[in-house]
Design a protein. Structure first.
Lengths: 328, 328
DNA sequence: TTGTATGCGTTATCAG
DNA sequence: CTGATAACGCATACAA
C-alpha cells in the first residue's frame, strides 16, 4: 500500500504538499496540485485512517450500546441512529450487551481506549457512579433511557407517562379488571411503567391483584403465547391487559388469544406499546413511541456535543401518543 | 490521558518494559512488572488503540454490509455474525446500503483505507469486476449471497433450491393454481427463487399466469396487506401462493386474509420462507433458512482467513428445510 | 507557496 | 532480563 511519501516522491513535491492537497488546503499551486492528484491516481493512494486517528485523536466512530440487535424497538432505533450519524460522517460500532452489566462496562472501555469518540447508550444497567468515570474520555448520551440523576445529555422518554396513557385509556373504556404483563428485566424503563400501572389503578380505585401482574421476559411474538397460557390459568379473568413488554409480545398475545377463540376486545382487551408495524396490521391498540425521532435526536445530540456546536440542547424530550384501534 | 512514557517514568523503567508487561511478554522480572502494574493503576492507563493499529496494520474491526438493519432476515443475521466475531475479539461496523450500489462501493472503500480488516457482504449489488479490485486490501466474504463467479469465499445458500422446496411442497399437497409473490429488487437471490418457481411449475405441467406473479418490494408485515389487495382483485383466484419476500410478508398476508374472512389454507394456501418466529405463532408453513448457522459460519470463515488458519473452508454450504404447518 | 522537522503512542529490533 | 531507537503514516508549526 502506498503512503504519502511515495506520492511525494512521484509528484516531486514534499509530503506536506501532498497532505495539503489531500485535505484541500489553500495555498497550493495548481501545477503541483495537478501533479499530486496524478500521482495519487497512479498509485491508487488512500490515506491510512489509523494514522490520521492517532494524529488527530479522533476516530469518527460512535458506539451504540443496545441490549438486543434484533428487536422490534431497538432494530428501528439502531437504524435511525446509524442513518443520522452516517449523514454527519460518523461510523457506528455495534455493542450488544444482552442486558449484561459486565458487558456494558466492557464496551464503555472503548471510550477510554479512544476506540470511539462517543457512546450512545440505549440501555443503562450500571449504577451512575460506575458510568460517570468514563465521561472524562468522551461524551455519553442516553437515548430513550434515563438515569435517576439525569446528569447525562439525554433524549428523554417518559416511560411512566407512556404506560399511564395506556392504563388510563383502558380505564376510560370502562375496563376495571386490568392486568399487566412486563419483563422482569431490572431497569428504570420497566420500573416506571409498573409504577404507572400501580398508581393509575389505585387512583381509580380499581382492584389490584398479584396474579394479574404477569412477568414474562422479552418483547417477542412468541412470548405472547406464554402470556396467554399464564392468563388462561388465572382463577379470576381480567377483562383487559397492558403488555408493557412491547408490541411484539402484545401482538403475539392477540394472535394466540384469537387462535383459542377468545374474542378481543370483548372477552379481553389488549393494548401494547411502541406502535410497531404489526400492531397496525392487527388493528391493535397501542401507545406510540416515536422511535425514529428518538434515534435521530440522540444522534444529532452527540454530534453537536462532539463538534461543540453552540446550540447543544442537552436534554430533549419526546412524547408518547395513544393509538386507539380495535383491541380495546 | 497518560501514555506509555508516563508509566515508564513513574515506574522507573523503559517504555519497552511497559509494553512488555502490557502485552504479557515473558522475560520481565517480577519486581519491575509489579512496579509497572502499580503505575498503570495509579495513572489509570490504557493503551491507545489508534497507535496500536497504526503500528500493527490491523484494526480488529470487520464491516458488515447489509441492505437493511431492521429486517426479519438481516436482523438475526447481524446478531449471529456480531456475536461470533465478538467472541473472536473483533468489533463490528454496520454498513446499511439500502440496496444502493453506490453506497456499497462507498463502504467497500473502508477496506482500502484500512479502516477494517475485512468485509462481510450480506448483499451484493455491484458487478464482480467492480468488487474484485478491493480484494487486494483485505478479505471479503459473501454471506448468504452469491456471485455467479463464486470466486469469493462464500457461505453458500442455494436459494433456487429453497424456493423449489416450497413450490414442490405446494404441488405435492395438490394445489395447482400456484401464485408467486416476490420483491422486484434486482439480485441473484430473487432471480433464483423466481426461476425455481417457473421451472417447477413447468415441470409439473401446471398453468403459469402472468397475473399470478405478484411484485411487491420488501419483506415486512404490512406488505402482506398489499399482496392481499392485489390477490383479491385477480380475475381468476390461485389456490396457493409462495411468498418469496420472506416470512414477514407471508405472515402479513395470512393475517390480512383471515381478517377478510378467507379460509387458510382451504381457500388459499400460503407458504413463506425463513422460518421466523411469527410463522411459528401463526402455524404458517415455511421453508427454514438456518440464519444463525449462516451468520456463525460466515463469521468463522472470515476470522479463519484473517488469522490464516490452516483449516479454512472457503466455501461452506447451508441447507433449507421444509417446515410444514397449518397454512398449506 | 513550499519544504523540513517533529510528534502522535506503540511495538519490535537489536545491542547490552 | 532491559533499554535505546527506529518505524508505522500522517499533519502541522515553523522556517524559508
Amino acid at each position: 500500500m502506498s503512503n504519502i511519501k511515495d506520492i511525494a516522491k512521484l509528484a516531486n513535491v514534499s509530503p506536506s504538499t501532498v497532505s495539503r492537497v489531500v485535505n484541500n488546503h489553500p495555498y497550493v499551486s495548481s501545477v503541483k496540485k495537478e501533479a499530486v492528484l496524478k500521482a495519487i491516481e497512479a498509485l491508487n493512494y488512500t490515506p491510512n485512517i489509523s494514522a490520521i486517528r492517532l494524529k488527530s485523536g479522533k476516530t469518527n466512530i460512535i458506539a451504540i450500546l443496545i441490549p438486543y440487535i434484533d428487536h422490534g424497538y431497538f432494530g428501528p432505533l439502531i437504524k435511525a441512529i446509524n442513518e443520522t450519524l452516517s449523514q454527519h460522517g460518523y461510523m457506528t460500532i455495534l455493542c450488544e450487551t444482552e442486558n449484561d452489566s459486565e458487558k456494558e462496562l466492557y464496551y464503555l472501555e472503548m471510550l477510554r481506549q479512544k476506540q470511539v469518540d462517543g457512546m450512545m447508550m440505549c440501555t443503562l444497567l450500571n449504577k451512575w457512579q460506575d458510568v460517570e468515570s468514563f465521561l472524562q474520555y468522551g461524551p455519553i448520551v442516553l437515548c430513550g433511557e434515563y438515569s435517576e440523576e439525569r446528569v447525562l445529555p439525554t433524549v428523554y422518554v417518559d416511560h411512566y407517562e407512556g404506560a399511564a396513557i395506556a392504563i388510563r385509556h383502558l380505564i376510560e373504556q370502562g375496563y376495571n379488571k386490568i392486568a399487566y404483563a412486563s419483563s422482569r428485566e431490572k431497569n428504570l424503563v420497566y420500573e416506571s411503567r409498573k409504577q404507572a400501572y400501580l398508581d393509575c389503578l389505585q387512583k381509580a380505585n380499581l382492584p389490584l391483584k398479584d396474579e394479574w401482574l404477569i412477568h414474562i421476559n422479552q418483547d417477542h411474538v412468541l412470548v405472547g403465547k406464554d402470556i396467554f397460557t399464564l392468563l388462561s390459568k388465572l382463577p379470576e379473568q381480567p377483562d383487559a391487559i397492558f403488555v408493557a413488554n412491547g408490541d411484539q409480545a402484545a401482538a403475539g398475545l392477540v394472535i394466540e388469544a384469537q387462535k383459542h377463540g377468545w374474542h378481543v376486545p370483548d372477552q379481553l382487551a389488549i393494548i401494547g406499546i411502541d406502535n410497531q408495524p404489526i400492531s397496525e396490521l392487527l388493528e391493535m391498540s397501542t401507545v406510540e413511541q416515536p422511535i425514529d425521532q428518538i434515534g435521530t435526536k440522540a444522534a444529532k445530540l452527540i454530534v453537536d456535543i462532539l463538534e461543540e456546536n453552540q446550540s447543544v440542547q442537552p436534554n430533549e424530550q419526546v412524547y408518547f401518543k395513544l393509538v386507539s384501534r380495535q383491541t380495546t
